[in-house]
Design a protein around this ligand. Structure first.
Ligand SMILES: Cc1cc2nc3c(=O)[nH]c(=O)nc-3n(C[C@H](O)[C@H](O)[C@H](O)COP(=O)(O)OP(=O)(O)OC[C@H]3O[C@@H](n4cnc5c(N)ncnc54)[C@H](O)[C@@H]3O)c2cc1C
Length: 496
């Protein structure tokens, strides 16, 4: 059986089937989570909250705890190489940081400019009003329209926290999005960002010169990505961003501890359906100290992408009927952390002392070999910290679609001491036609990373984690009235 195939049992059928829960009403005794990124560790934490202290929760990880939250070390200091910024309204991430006693690390101010391969076409200044005036002069009221659009979407998205606080769960990403923003949100996962913005009255020039550079730095893709993920990306380009002091991955190790989960540092190789009479469990096989081990679980959450080019190594066996391939692929983005001297002349500033920018975004110009270049701060910031000036050796993060060639490094940097490359399959390669993957793979087998296909971010994985913990709990206890309820805004207003 192909390892990239998985069960497409109709979950509509599953929800209607009263036999999917254990009939004696006993709680589950063992739950497995595959993957210890923010999605898997948050799932373990929420599962513990809902199922209580008795259930055993095993979390499998084949690489490092944190997954796509990772750091690299330069000159004895660590820098984020994967997921790095968090929005002030990302309430689950905020809550984790508070519960774990971690500290916030605020972004250090710095100016941004947009480079088109020849010159800067947009430059931030020290003067907020001047920047506003320039935007208005160049793009009319496009930026106000955009701001209002993003705010409206965020306001609707924030409803999820209320629904989840009231215990409501959704059996698919579509149901979840529909409950937040109706068919408008679903359509936003199918229509391109550029189409949606043009319809809104945002000018093509603004899209090319402002929106496209933001999509390139956040998702390495262009303005044809779906509008919903585009809005997630634009929200991440606003002010009020933060990160976790010491590194975002600390949230993952902290959540594992808080959940009192057992971390099993092994790759899961197979998930096999085992039936005893009416009761079904999942057998996971994994390598443990060079030996094959296996264990039976009542509930399993797969918290890693299953698309073909990710090569999760998981094969699903014994599921009848049909298995179907999961569509889509993950997008390559290379993060190079470079310690050196920026070549300001390349950007038209022969004197580095006069170079005022800390972040350089780029337009979608054919042949331009990098998506962005930015001076970055370490994950631990002391009170006297100041950004290095361009005439000093500093640490920069460059995102590019492929590893940088030596000649490209020499174009961007006058000289450098070190280059550390992380070649990520970073986020979904968004197209408009692949649809959203399922959440329920089988009665008590769930898939977290379908949510990324609406938008990939730490908070999206955290929202998916809370949803799966609630969904698993309600399905186990046959509280179907808590799943896929309609008119939730009205319901949560009238509930005590
Ligand atoms: C370069 C980059 C920049 C980003 N920037 C931001 C940002 O600024 N802000 C933001 O919010 N998000 C950002 N993101 C996205 C964010 O990092 C991800 O959405 C999020 O970390 C995904 O977490 P996850 O737990 O769902 O998946 P992952 O972190 O991928 O975790 C999956 C885990 O499963 C493990 N695994 C896989 N197969 C197996 C197996 N067979 N057995 C056991 N374990 C297995 C993997 O090793 C991995 O650790 C960025 C991502 C990248 C790569």
């Amino acid at each position: 059986m192909n390892q990239y195939l998985f069960v497409l049992l109709s979950f509509v059928h599953v929800l209607a089937d009263p036999d999917f829960a254990k009939l004696d009403g006993a709680p589950p005794s063992k739950i497995a989570v595959v993957g210890a990124g923010i999605g898997g560790t948050a799932t373990a934490h929420f599962l513990r909250q809902h199922f209580g202290p008795e259930v055993r929760i095993d979390v499998f990880e084949r690489g490092s705890v944190g997954g796509r939250l990772a750091t690299v070390t330069v000159n004895h200091q660590d820098y984020e190489s994967g997921g790095s910024i968090i929005h002030s309204l990302n309430l689950h991430m905020q809550d984790f940081v508070q519960q774990l006693g971690l500290k916030y690390r605020k972004s250090v101010a710095g100016k941004t400019a947009v480079f088109n391969g020849d010159e800067f076409i947009l430059e931030e200044t020290d003067w907020y009003l001047l920047d506003l005036f320039r935007l208005w002069w160049r793009y009319g009221i496009s930026f106000i329209r955009l701001q209002m659009w993003v705010e409206e979407i965020m306001e609707k998205f924030m409803r999820i926290y209320k629904y989840q606080a009231h215990g409501y769960a959704f059996s698919s990403v579509e149901e979840l999005l529909h409950s937040l923003g109706g068919s408008g949100f679903i359509n936003m996962t199918r229509r391109s960002l550029s189409e949606s913005l043009l319809e809104l009255g945002v000018s093509q020039r603004f899209i090319d010169e402002v929106i496209a550079p933001i999509m390139r730095v956040n998702y390495g893709q262009n303005i044809s990505i779906p509008a919903f993920v585009g809005a997630v990306s634009l929200a991440g380009a606003q002010a009020n961003l933060w990160a976790v002091e010491g590194g975002n991955k600390l949230v993952c190790s902290g959540l594992l501890k808080l959940a009192k989960a057992n971390l099993i540092r092994s790759p899961v190789a197979t998930i096999t359906l085992r039936s005893t009479g009416d009761y079904q469990q999942y057998e996971l096989t994994y390598d443990s100290q060079n030996e094959k081990s296996s264990e039976l679980y009542d509930i399993v959450v797969v918290a890693t992408p299953l698309q073909q080019n990710i090569n999760s190594g998981i094969s699903f066996q014994g599921f009848e009927p049909q298995l179907s391939e999961i569509a889509g692929s993950y997008h390559q983005t290379v993060a190079s952390i470079i310690h050196g001297y920026l070549n300001c002349s390349y950007f038209g500033f022969p004197d580095p002392k006069l170079f005022p920018f800390s972040s350089i975004l780029t337009t979608d110009t054919p042949g331009l070999f990098f998506n962005s270049a930015a001076s970055v701060c370490p994950v631990n910031i002391t009170s006297g910290f100041r950004r290095k000036q361009p005439q000093e050796a500093g640490v920069y993060k460059v995102f590019s679609p492929k590893p940088l060639e030596k000649s490209e490094l020499k174009t961007l940097f006058k000289s450098y001491y070190s280059v550390q490359v992380t070649d990520w399959l970073a986020y979904p390669h968004y197209g408009s036609s692949q649809g959203l993957p399922p959440v329920v793979l089988h009665e008590n087998l769930y898939f977290l990373n379908g949510m990324e296909w609406a938008g990939s971010a730490m908070e999206m994985s955290s929202v998916a984690a809370k949803n799966i913990a609630l969904l698993a709990y309600h399905r186990w206890n046959r509280q179907l009235e808590m799943i896929d309820q309609k008119e939730l805004m009205h319901k949560v207003k009238t509930e005590l």
